[in-house]
Structure formats: C-alpha cells, structure tokens
Design a binder for this molecule. Sequence first.
Ligand code: AFD
Ligand code: MN
Ligand code: MN
Length: 429
Amino acid sequence: MNTRIAPELVEQHNRARQSELDADYSALAAHLQRRHVDIEALTQRAGQFAVAIPSWGVGTGGTRFARFPGVGEPRHVFDKLDDCGVIQHLTRATPTVSLHIPWDDADPSALREQASSLGLAFDAMNSNTFQNQEHQAYSYKFGSLSHTDQATREQAIEHNIRCIEIGKALGSEALTVWVGDGSNFPGQVHMGQQFDRYLEALQAVYVALPDSWQLFTEHKMYEPAFYSTVVQDWGSSYLIASELGPKASCLVDLGHHAPNVNIEMIVSRLARFGKLGGFHFNDSKYGDDDLDSGSIDPYRLFLVFNELVDIEKRQGSSFKPAYMLDQSHNVTDPIESLMSSAIEVQRAFIQASLVDREALAGYQADNDVMMASQTLKQAFRTDVDPILRQSRKQQGGAIDPVAAYRESGYRQAVSTARPAISGSSSGIV
Ligand code: AFD
Ligand code: MN
Ligand code: MN
C-alpha cells in the first residue's frame, strides 16, 4: 500500500491557492516594508524552523478514564514513521522524530532506512522508567532512578544506557530523561535522600553519553506522583543539570508547571546560565493537559519565543535549543493536530522575530511601560500566515496542510491496512 502523499496532489492543491497566496503575501510585504522589515528574510527564517514530532503523538491518546481509538491508528513504529513522513511532507517544519523506548524498539538499521526514505531523521531519545516493561526483574512502582533499592536503580540506569546505544545507531544526539519518581503521601520518602539517589543514578547515565550528545532533564510538578516529584521544578532541574556537567541541560515542557507560572521568565533564567536545553511544546488550561500548541494561549507561546529570539540575537547561532512537540490527541486526528501545532510554534517564532527590539530596549530603558507592552503586541497581532504558507510552498509542502491531508484521503487509505487495535488500552500516552 502506498503510504506517501503524491507530490502531484500537493502541486494541484497549491495551484488552486496560488493567486490568493500571492495577493496576501504582497499585501503583507507592503505592510512590513512600512515597518522596515524584509519579508523575504522572514520567509527564509520560517524555512529554517524545525520542531521534532514525538512518535507517541501520532497515536490517539487518552486519559486515565478511557481511550477512544481513532481509525487507521499506527500499529508500530514503522507506521508511526509513515505518519510523521506525511506531517513533514505537508508542513516542511518537522524533519525529525523523537522515539520512546521500549515503545519504539525495533531494528535500528530498518528504522534508519525507512526514516531516510521519508526524509526524516531522529531527534532526542526518550527513556521510559515510568512503566514496568515485560520481563523486567524489578518494579518501578516506588520509583526508578531514585528507588530505595539499588538493583532497581541499576536496572533503570541500564535502560537509559540502552536508549543511548539505540540512539547512537539511529544518529540521534540526545537523551531526554523524565521519570515518574516522587511520592504520594507526606512522609513516604526522605526527599533529600531520594534526590541524592537520583543524582547518583543519573550521573551513571551521564558518563555513558558520547561527547557529542546532550542529556535533557525534564521536570514535572506532579503526576503520577501527587505529593512530591523528584524533579519537581526548573530549580531542581537546574541543580541536576549543573551537578552532571556541561552536556546536561534542562528541558521545559510547557505543561509541567503550576497554573499561571511565568514560563518565559524560566526560559530567560535558564538561558542566562547556559542550561536551556530544549522544549516540549503543548498547551494547557489546568494542568499537564497536553493540548495542541497555541490552542489555548497563543500569546504565552509568543512570549516564550520572544525570549528565545532575544537570546538568539545576543548569543548568536550557538544558541540552539531542541524544539519538540509533546501532546496527547484524544479527540482529533493526531496528524492534523501535529501539523497545526508545528505551524503554531513556527508562527510564534516568526511573530517573535518581528519584535522591534531596538525600540523595545529604548522603552524599557525609559520605563515607558505602555509602549514597551505595545511593541510586543504589535508583533503578536501581525498576521504572518502568508509567510508560513509561502515558505511551505517554496519547500514543496502544502499551502494548507490540513486541507491537503483531507484531500489526500490518507487516513482512510491506511485504515484498511491498519485494523483497529483490539483491547481497551486506557491511559495517557
Ligand atoms: C510525560 C512527559 C514526558 C514523557 C511523555 C510520555 O511529558 O515527556 O516522555 O509524557 O508520554 O508527561
Ligand atoms: Mn514532556
Ligand atoms: Mn507531560
């Protein structure tokens, strides 16, 4: 079965939208020219933007109550790669895939071959010690890298080292470590000793990292542990990354903070001390909701990118945090959600690139609060969609990826080859 989108379909799709795009693009070019902004430079910049797709994001997600499978869901990692290939083909903003082990365990050379045939490469590897795996000797019920039992900690260390080995064979260059370790009741654990055990165990993983690799430590305030977590916040994450050494840095998942926390301030702090490693983009209303990026609070996403663009201007091209999506798609087609999320993140990046930083610095120096705030708003209010559409079209993507995907009938086509996964597998992916 052909699991690719035909290039002719995309060409036809684009032809039908060409004149509308031309009109919108020249109108925006004229508008930006009045602001002394070169639209072509921005379109180039949009073309350089990339965000990784989480392999687990192409399957339908669920909650602890239920999971409602969609049609034609990927059965295994090779199907997942096919879906990621579609997302990249249509958006041209997602050239890499982030794998989760053991969910995506498969022959590395077969994975590499399929990925490259789809124009994809591999991003950060993700270890999984928040679930028990088949045939494992020790349970993670009471923790993994921070467990009170040494043999359990060693098992978790071994798993992480295995993820590095697989990643080396795939051409990945980073390991993201997120653990469910923590406690559910006051008094359940000695919080200081638990953190010490975690640090010692992660150090053993760190020494196994190749020189060119990075280790990302991902914090999360709660869930599955509901009283305390061992990597609770960006402060703990920063301490871990500092203790480990220069190859370790912090990963900021937008959903992993207390409500209303100022995430852009965290971004600024971590970058200032060289420990901002990367992101898991998503959006949330109440907790770690894993909703589509930019679907709830696009201004917050913009403000995060406002910091990132500012840091990039100061630090130059050496500043390259890893961008990944981490979402759970429970009620939408995951391919549609991932395409529109990648575009939302790219949009925030381009809007943030529009901020008149010289003017902003002047207003800040003069304590002109209103004009400083208006300077950000002016960039945020600019409809940069023609730039994103133009960039996609120039690179062989679709002007409107969701529409092109629906026109292709991809989901229906793969559903015959991918029968529904039987059994009720509830749970968050
Ligand atoms: C978790 C974390 C972490 C993990 C993922 C797995 O965000 O990134 O890899 O979800 O589903 O909540
Ligand atoms: Mn995450
Ligand atoms: Mn999460």
